[in-house]
Design a protein around this ligand. Sequence first.
Ligand code: ADP
Length: 402
Amino acid sequence: MLVLVVNAGSSSLKYQLIDMSNEQAVAKGIAERIGTDEAQLKHETTGKEKITRKGVMPDHQAAMKYVFEALTDADFGAISDVSEITAIGHRVVHGGEHFSGSVAINAEVTKVISDLSQLAPLHNPPNLMGIDAAVKLVPDAPQIAVFDTAFHQSIPSHAYIYALPYELYSEHGIRRYGFHGTSHKYVAARARKMLDARGLPSGCIVTCHIGNGVSFTAVKDGKSVDTSMGLTPVEGLVMGTRCGDLDPAIMPFLQKQFGYTAEDVDNLINKKSGLQGITGLGNDMRDIEDAAAAGNERALLALRIFCYRQRKYIGAFAAAMGGLDAIVFTAGIGEHSPLVREMTCEGLEFLGVKLNQEVNAECHTERDISTDDSRVRVLVVPTNEELAIARETARVVSGAAE
Ligand code: ADP
């Protein structure tokens, strides 16, 4: 079974063709700068030469045509005909309260995703363009929507309702939804398997997705019961360019004192804050670690703020779940930064967390990085959102239950 995973952004379209018999990608690539004169497709079929092709891609449908041409190219492709693709799985950012799991796409589903654009104006419209293009070009393949928010639909109301007038929730849907759900679900399931195989408790897990975007989730008995991101991905932890939690009154203060517009504020909290804002050096954790090691005070401060906030959330989620069996690190920084993992776990000994410094220092793959006598296990579990979407797609197509 071959599943094509599509992740359509505003000007890009990422894809992976995954062979479900061994869960390996047979081809992958990205169409980028869609809608500009510089549009191009980068494609790689496993075991073949990587190619980059300039293209005329005024929209996602044109870009998708290039994707299918590359996939079926006699020299660089992976298949001889698109009919070999069993199903197409689409990453959709916002499923609101309508979708607590993945669904087969039909006109009704498309309409709900479109209506939810109000909550995710930057994400759902391009996701829909990807769906539309794939449906038009491969009408016979089942198309499945896999939502970033779905895993978090199990969060109870006392954790998702904001202390604002209730009508803002009941009439306008303003509540915590959470994101990165596909990643949290995938690494939590993997961590539970690892712990169960060793006869260790796995009921209370905090999954820490630390990439450019950062979100933590409290996973109790396999279900999301709280998560750090909110109505939008800005809430919670410090991120590459997003601020995370703030005193909300800073916004009207900036508006009144300095004449910020709503757009200015949006830009500030999404693009100019976080690691970038504190250091002025950019949002790449490797650069910040290097600068801190070289004595840059603000880089060191940014690292401390970043990790301190993470430690606070782990403590809060342990309290929310009434226990803590494991902390799971994943995504670019979570998988590859021993320093961030160490600084985040520092001071959590009182909860039973003991990091194995030697193992942590060299770990970049799936591994238990806590000491033998650590009551709380600390795991690194690489995330694989494409594979998670492909698995969901295969499951929905086969009609199997979760
Ligand atoms: P995205 O959220 O865009 O998918 P990733 O999960 O790829 O992001 O994470 C990107 C982040 O991971 C960047 O800040 C990058 O600096 C960081 N990163 C990658 N490798 C390392 C490393 N070896 N040490 C520290 N940070 C790393």
